[in-house]
Write a protein that binds this ligand. Structure first.
Ligand code: ADP
Ligand code: MG
Length: 287
């Protein structure tokens, strides 16, 4: 039978908007030494906005944006949502053969033309030449190719959550030895954010399966418990593999919430350290 103290702990957690899928995770939370976190939607708000639009190769900006909006209408990615805010008519555009490349972007046929919208890897994989000058831009870009030619890009930006820095600080105070951020976003942006938040180390430009491999490697390195915090559909495999999977419950995807062991209802990353503290207090009562 479950000791009474656990019910107290689960109750205290739930009053604070932290849902545990089982009493055993209260205890597991206290043993976390490595905390791996996703960036977009977990430490950042996950709400992108368009900053600038640059068209190339003679494209008209309105027509260019109509194509991008039409292809991004097929995706639920936070970047796709930002593009949908752009005010342009799509009436004469017929979108077919849509392929979503997880962690990279989209490919489709629009009015018979092959269109790509996503990151540099997506365009590279399709042998599209992208101006080298774009490598130096430490911002998230939606690169667009139409009919095998680079057609331009959109700069999009996301903001940090208000408690992102506090969250990392509190994790250290709660006994986490290593904080790690893994992101599918550009490495330059990932490193910049990691540094500003005081994260131990970070890696960007990762595909979902590469995030999984990083977590498996950390688990293989020792007997320490590895937790993962994430929000997206892409994060489900890592959430399942980590010793404790923690999902953002507000804006988080259904798959992430189903797969996780612990849910943070209001999406505040600082709740992770609070969950560890609640686990610790519970333990004092139980033993
Ligand atoms: P994260 O790990 O930050 O949550 P994702 O794995 O979801 O990121 O995506 C990684 C990168 O792939 C994004 O930063 C973006 O550059 C690109 N990407 C993914 N989906 C789309 C999309 N629908 N439109 C444009 N770019 C996309
Ligand atoms: Mg995310």
């Amino acid at each position: 039978s479950i000791p009474l103290g656990y019910f107290g702990g689960l109750g205290a957690a739930s009053r604070n908007g932290i849902l545990f899928k089982g009493a055993s995770f209260l205890d597991a939370m206290t043993k976390i030494k490595i905390l791996v976190t996703d960036k977009t939607g977990t430490l950042t708000q996950g709400v992108f906005r368009i900053k600038t639009i640059e068209v190339h190769n003679g494209w008209d900006e309105t027509r260019f944006m109509a194509y991008v909006k039409a292809i991004e209408a097929q995706s639920t990615h936070p970047i796709a949502k930002a593009i949908q805010e752009y005010d342009v008519e799509l009436e004469d555009l017929e979108v077919k053969n849509v392929e979503e490349h997880s962690g990279q972007g989209l490919k489709a046929t629009i009015n018979g033309k092959t269109v790509l919208a996503g990151n540099a890897e997506l365009l590279n994989n399709h042998n599209i030449e992208v101006p080298q000058s774009l490598d130096a831009i430490a911002e998230t870009l939606v690169l667009v190719a139409i009919e095998d030619q680079f057609a331009g890009y959109i700069v999009v930006a996301d903001a940090l959550k208000a408690d992102a820095k506090t969250a990392i600080q509190k994790l250290k105070e709660a006994g986490v030895q290593q904080t790690v951020m893994l992101s599918g976003d550009k490495d330059s942006i990932t490193q910049q954010i990691a540094q500003s938040l005081g994260i131990t180390w970070a890696k960007g430009g990762l595909l979902p399966e590469e995030k999984l491999r990083e977590v498996e490697e950390l688990q293989a390195q020792g007997s320490t418990k590895v937790a993962f915090v994430g929000d997206g559909i892409n994060d489900a495999p890592v959430l399942a593999t980590a010793d404790v999977g923690i999902a953002m419950g507000g804006l988080g995807s259904d798959v992430a919430i189903e797969t996780a062991d612990v849910i943070i209802q209001n999406d505040e990353p600082s709740k992770v350290a609070q969950a560890m503290q609640i686990g610790r207090s519970t333990r004092k009562i139980v033993w």
